[in-house]
Design a binder for this molecule. Structure first.
Ligand code: FAD
Length: 489
């Protein structure tokens, strides 16, 4: 459901709407409409923004990337989300990135099909390396707070930082902010779930665990609920490159936590989803806290979400330490720099990819990449995963080029989890880290090609773009997969 600019907190209280001045008209003052210093400006240095910037720069564009934090990486770094699923579907620059991760020698080995996690600190340094190598100008500590438009065309962004308020012009802008901030400031239409928005989660690490005893306990507690993955020992690589034992465990804690709620009142409510895995020796990363009914684009709601999930994280650790073998000497080693956001604005593009498209494994002539179709929907009322409720058939769906263009706005493209797909399909495909990474490569390449051809990216020949993406090793549609690839789905 599309929402107007006037907003209310999900908790019911009225909240301040963002200043309408954030969309400015270029003709109003000269200072608001600077000359295009860059070919391409990317807003957001997460796992869609960095490949976008790198792809555009490699294709010859002069590129600037704006990121609000002092490092790049996005959700897989600031929110400690480490699982990059389905290596069989990876292609293009993503394979190059994963080879770099493997060669770096710290943490899991993502190209090993059983071990597709990436250590967040490795992403930080490798994203920085790739951006600098390709000649991207970095503007860290810059929050994008507005857009300057001339008619329907975006001409500049407005940023806030220690250096005050600044504007930067470019020929093409790419919104990779996760929340669709730039598109929103540019007046693009968007959808934001009210009732069924997916949970936000503060992920945290706990160290100094005796894995062998934890593993034994986990195996004995298979009656806890609905296990998607049995507790298992997997080999992980430690900082020195040695293989170590780690644990990967995913289940429901409902029955167990219900017995302990009076002692640990901040334990998360049902459905008590619990997912952990290790990236470092004797340490696990835990994805189990939940914040529902709060709007990630509202700073007051974000504050509530951070506060409540931090309490949950400490309650979970205390529960583990006092009740689960192997955790007696454990300590919390890190919480994410910010809460992880699964879903917020989804910008309405020239086409919006739907669950029906996914269920039909639809092919599109203007396909520029593929998405898998497997629900991963963390709603308050229930958690839908895989081919749940026969809503979808699984497999792949083509991703049309039209999804990258916010409807009615020129000079702007959108990538990442805020891209143009519906709530349910987005959960299990277009928001996933390997997919947003590949989306970035597509958009960056397209932006640079459009600039060379002196045209708006929307008017670029899709056939030429597809040919270029194939040359770069990207699988541009389901048809681009071999029968061997498809068997592995
Ligand atoms: C708890 C949790 C579990 C998940 N599990 C998985 C999983 O198992 N596998 C999987 O593949 N995916 C998973 N996801 C989804 C996935 O991590 C995200 O959807 C994906 O990382 C989104 O990438 P993005 O580049 O679109 O956005 P982000 O990663 O959020 O990056 C956006 C970047 O833009 C910056 N930014 C934002 N606003 C501004 C602004 N106004 N100005 C400047 N910079 C800005 C941010 O700091 C950030 O660096 C999970 C997500 C969560 C929260």
């Amino acid at each position: 459901m599309a929402r107007s600019l006037e907003r209310r907190s999900f908790l019911g209280a009225a909240v301040a709407a963002p200043m309408p001045a954030q969309t400015q008209n270029a003709s109003s003052t000269q200072a608001n409409g600077p000359a295009a210093k860059y070919d391409v400006i990317v807003c957001g240095g997460g796992n869609s923004g960095v490949p976008t910037a790198v792809a555009a720069a490699r294709a010859g564009a002069k590129v600037a990337l704006f990121e609000r934090y002092g490092f790049m990486g996005g959700n897989p770094v600031h929110a400690l989300m480490t699982r990059w699923p389905r290596p069989a579907q990876w292609s293009g620059m993503l394979i190059e990135f994963m080879k770099r991760v493997d060669a770096f020698g710290v943490g899991p080995i993502p190209l090993n099909p059983d071990d597709n996690h990436v250590e967040p600190e490795v992403i930080k340094i490798l994203f920085q390396e790739m951006a600098l190598e390709s000649g991207v100008d970095l503007y860290l500590h810059h929050l994008v707070v507005g857009a300057v438009k001339d008619g329907a065309l975006v001409k500049a962004i407005v940023t806030e930082s220690k250096s005050g308020r600044r504007t930067f012009g470019a020929k093409v802008f790419i919104d990779a902010s996760g929340d669709g901030d730039l598109s929103y400031y540019a007046g693009a239409k968007y959808e934001l779930e009210r009732k069924n928005l997916q949970a936000m989660t503060l992920v945290f690490r706990v160290g100094y665990i005796d894995f062998v005893r934890f593993e034994k306990w986990a195996q004995q507690h298979q009656d806890l609920g609905n296990y998607y993955k049995q507790a298992q020992l997997i080999n992980k690589r430690d900082a020195a490159g040695n293989n170590r034992q780690g644990v990967s465990f995913m289940g429901r804690m409902n029955s167990l936590w219900n017995q302990y709620r009076s002692k640990y009142p901040d334990l998360p409510d049902e459905p008590a989803y619990f997912n952990c895995h290790s990236l470092r020796p004797n340490e696990i990363c835990i994805n189990a806290t939940r914040a529902y009914d709060l709007d990630p684009t509202n700073a007051d709601d974000l504050t509530k979400a951070e506060v409540s999930t931090r309490k949950q994280a400490w309650a979970i650790w205390r529960f583990l330490k006092e009740n689960v073998p192997g955790f007696e000497r454990s300590v919390p080693t890190e919480t994410g720099a910010q809460i992880g956001i699964r879903e917020s604005r989804r910008i309405v593009g020239d086409y919006m990819l739907t669950l029906q498209d996914g269920a039909a494994n639809r092919r599109f002539e203007d396909s520029v990449m593929t998405c898998w179709v497997a629900l991963d929907l963390h709603e308050k009322k229930e958690y839908l995963v895989g081919k749940a409720k026969n809503l979808v058939q699984g497999g792949l769906v083509d991703f049309p080029y039209r999804c990258l263009h916010p409807k009615g706005v020129g000079g702007l493209m959108v990538v990442g989890r805020c891209g143009s797909s519906d709530h349910v399909l987005n959960s299990g495909g277009p928001r996933k880290m390997p997919i947003v990474f590949q989306m970035g490569q597509v958009a960056g390449t397209a932006a640079a090609m459009a600039i060379k051809k002196k045209t708006d990216p929307r008017r670029l020949s899709v056939k030429e773009l597809q040919a270029e993406l194939s040359r770069q090793g990207l699988k541009t549609s389901q048809g681009g997969f071999s029968s061997e690839d498809l068997k592995r789905l």
